[in-house]
Design a protein around this ligand. Sequence first.
Ligand code: IPM
Ligand code: MG
Length: 366
Amino acid sequence: MATNILVMGGDGIGPEVTAQARQVLQAAAQAAGLELKLDTAPVGGAAIDAAGQPLPPESLAKARAADAVLFGAVGGPKWDTLDFALRPEKALLKLRQELGLFANLRPAKVYPALVDASTLKPEAIAGCDIMVVRELNGDIYFGEPRGITVENGVRVGRNTMVYSEPEIERIVRVGFDVARKRRKKLCSVDKANVLETSVLWREVATRVGKEYPDVALDHLYVDNAAMQLIRAPKRFDTIVTGNLFGDILSDAAAMLTGSIGMLPSASIGGRNALYEPIHGSAPDIAGKDIANPLAAILSVAMLFKYSLDRPVLEGWIRDAVTAVVTTHRTADIMAPGMKQVGCRQMGERVLEQMAKAPPQAQAVRH
Ligand code: IPM
Ligand code: MG
């Protein structure tokens, strides 16, 4: 049976990087004898221009029907003045919500060859390997009431931070399950010294933790977690946190690795899943063929792991990327002595490396 993948390139550098990721997807699938059915759909600003809304019903229907969505990026200055409901970002939020993708996995792994690309000292980050598990369907992102109103003659902006116990429990469980397959250390991040949502969060995390005696659980306040991420990132293995804190901490974790251009993500928890580089649309470098496609390519690796249960293909792609960055770099991770390449060339290098170092024929089918 064919696997249906929907490619949503979106805006800015999204289409460029997903084009490279798509080739890697096809190459790996072909080698494994996996039949893919690829489709595309407009999303974000591109969809606003074409159809007047960031996530047209046909695009959503295609995403629902797909086994996995390979997403590029959305947004750009052209659409920044629109209402929230009509902004490109709304498409991503709606996809996450409509597909029930409540768990966002954001690995921040420092590649040995890129240790010097970070703004932190090499000894602080060498070997750093963090997985941020971010809740994606709740919190202040979706809480009601929200809006800007006029009260007693002054304008008031309002958002609501809200988490129910089941919402906390299901994401905390993902955190424990992920930690269990890694170094069995889970750090739950909240703001329980100030916020009731966080008091409940911490209580639930502690209760669920009793079912995972093999995983060491600790709790940090989000301000302290931000500090520790910069001060001693190697203390972390898996982090589980809410939507807003996770948004912020995952960007911070990303920069430990030197370039946000290297970081993939998976949004899971629904019937299907969505994979996207976390770097965004980077409109300033769009269309110049200089963007780093490796985060999108590594998102394909995650797709093989989480949606298709093909860890060998995931490893194949990841190993190829690891090898390529020892010699070839896009502008964002360029270093002396390296060969600078553009987006398309970087994609080609990865394909070449994959061809050079294929997994055993036997393994590739499992
Ligand atoms: C992210 C982004 C999104 C978010 C935006 C684009 C809506 O920052 O995926 O981290 O805030 O979740
Ligand atoms: Mg973000």
